[in-house]
Write a protein that binds this ligand. Structure first.
Ligand SMILES: [Zn+2]
Length: 126
């Protein structure tokens, strides 16, 4: 499994993380699957999301089925890019490729990709 993302989409995610700091930022990654790759085309802000320093929530009922969600992006302010137990529940529900950015600063180098089980996968930035 690999997560493939255009640089401008990743930069939008990282900008969201920076602007939301010190709270967490959560977005949905939409795109398609191609063999063992989750190919991201765009970032959706999670509908009705709320956040504080510890966690983020969103209402899954507001995510359109047609959105083509292949994964999630969220930030870990002042933490490492390691999925929490709560993250693993999120990952298992929303696609097969997930990103966590640890920061600040939130950069591509501080961003790690995971599969739906929280295992590290390759991140390809186009
Ligand atoms: Zn997390």
């Amino acid at each position: 499994m690999k997560l493939v993302i255009p640089r401008d989409v990743l930069e939008s995610c990282l900008l969201g993380a920076t602007n939301t700091f010190p709270s967490e930022f959560l977005g949905l990654l939409a795109g398609f699957y191609q063999k063992e790759e989750a190919v991201v085309e765009k970032l959706y802000l999670a509908p009705l999301s709320q956040s504080n320093e510890d966690s983020v929530w969103f209402d899954s009922l507001n995510v359109p089925i047609s959105a083509g969600v292949v994964g999630t992006f969220h930030s870990h302010p002042n933490a490492t890019a390691r999925p929490s137990a709560q993250d693993l529940r999120l990952f298992s529900r929303y696609g097969r490729g997930h990103l966590i950015a640890a920061g600040p600063p939130f950069t591509a180098r501080q961003t790690a990709a995971f599969d739906a089980h929280g295992r590290r996968i390759e991140l390809v930035v186009l």
